[in-house]
Write a protein that binds this ligand. Structure first.
Ligand code: PSU
Ligand code: MN
Length: 331
């Protein structure tokens, strides 16, 4: 027993010393890419991007090509992209093309939310950051605008399982504007909106109506409490959140463009089937969303993936315009 204890203390010490040597070599386990720190120092617009979508949300090579194209769209709108990810225990805000490729190809990368950050950093592991972990990193770097596809929410039957995404509590505690296409109908959208209200999160639909979008469809049957019509109005909403020092975030829901919403009904049916299959197979926790996304993509013969990519490009464009308007209003 003693011998065992001594061995585990030694292993623990070795673990800590590698961690410390990595820490002292770099000074920090938090890295901001020079292009991002330069833009921030010059008060230029920066758009944070997540990477769970790359590691767990889409199959290779679509994940890599989409991530690259999203960065290109952000640049074309006049902002600097800052894709967030964890590489060998270091949190990166802004990835080089090689680092992006590494994450897209790496089969062992983890899905990293707020709760996982200390673990992956201490063990020197790699992973894609979810909305919650990306918000933390973006806030630390001083980036107020973050673009993604869809956020997590309250799962169906969440009132019993308590499967509620950490994205929602993060929105309640971190002052970042998240631009997304709303919440997938694999989730309980009504309860997700209630939870966001409880967390004090300002939710606004971007565009002509207050309809809260359901990712693949421009309408979910629910409405947002707020609506903003253009990048300037969205930027003003973010600026007032920041000026009040509320310490909570803003969720801007951008409806999928009409021409890509056509497959909505087909995708909806596939979602119903995938949700039932996930529950029959006993899939739980962080594996639920990736499982359903993959099955829906198979059932729709890739149509859901196409719609997913189209709405992310649209979010990147709108989010970059908002980041540009915000940087004008803040200077
Ligand atoms: N929804 C999608 N695609 C995704 C995700 C959500 O349509 O890739 C990812 C995001 O990174 C989000 C995370 O933050 O899943 C939420 O996971 P969970 O439900 O386990 O909290
Ligand atoms: Mn969950």
């Amino acid at each position: 027993m003693r011998v065992l204890q001594r061995a585990s203390v030694l292993i623990l010490r070795r673990g800590i010393s590698t961690f410390q040597s990595r820490l002292s070599k770099s000074g920090s386990l938090f890295r901001v890419h020079p292009s991002v720190s330069k833009a921030l120092a010059e008060n230029k617009p920066v758009v944070a991007l997540e990477s769970t979508i790359i590691t767990h949300g889409m199959p290779y090579p679509h994940n890599l090509s989409t991530a690259k194209q999203v960065e290109a769209i952000v640049r074309a709108e006049g902002a600097t992209p800052a894709t967030v990810g964890v590489i060998e225990g270091e949190v990166h805000v802004g990835l080089s093309p090689e680092e992006l490729e590494h994450l897209a190809l790496c089969k062992s990368s983890l899905k990293v939310s707020r709760r996982d950050l200390p673990y992956v950093m201490s063990k020197g592991l790699s992973g894609g950051t979810t909305v919650s972990a990306t918000m933390i990193a973006a806030h630390r770097a001083g980036i107020p605008v973050f673009v993604t596809g869809g956020i997590g929410g309250v799962h169906r039957d969440g009132e019993n399982s308590l499967d509620i995404s950490a994205d929602l509590t993060e929105l309640g505690r971190t002052p970042i504007a998240v631009i997304s296409a709303g919440v997938k109908s694999i989730l309980d959208i009504g309860r997700t909106l209630e939870f966001l209200e409880m967390q004090g999160v300002c939710v606004a639909t971007y565009g002509a109506s207050k309809n809260f979008p359901a990712f693949f469809s421009p309408q979910s049957g629910f409405t947002s409490p707020c609506q903003v019509g253009n990048p300037e109005e969205a930027a003003a909403l973010i600026a007032s959140t920041l000026s009040l020092d509320l310490q909570s975030g803003v969720l801007l829901a951008v409806p999928i463009p009409e021409q890509h919403a056509a497959a909505g009904q087909l995708i909806e049916e596939a979602i119903q089937a995938a949700v039932a299959e996930a529950s029959a197979k006993g899939i739980t926790g962080r594996d639920v969303t990736p499982f359903i996304l993959q099955m829906v993509n198979e059932l729709t013969e890739g149509k859901s993936l196409q719609a997913n990519i189209a709405l992310i490009y649209n979010n990147a464009k709108v989010g970059s315009q908002i980041a540009c308007a915000l940087s004008k209003q803040m200077t």
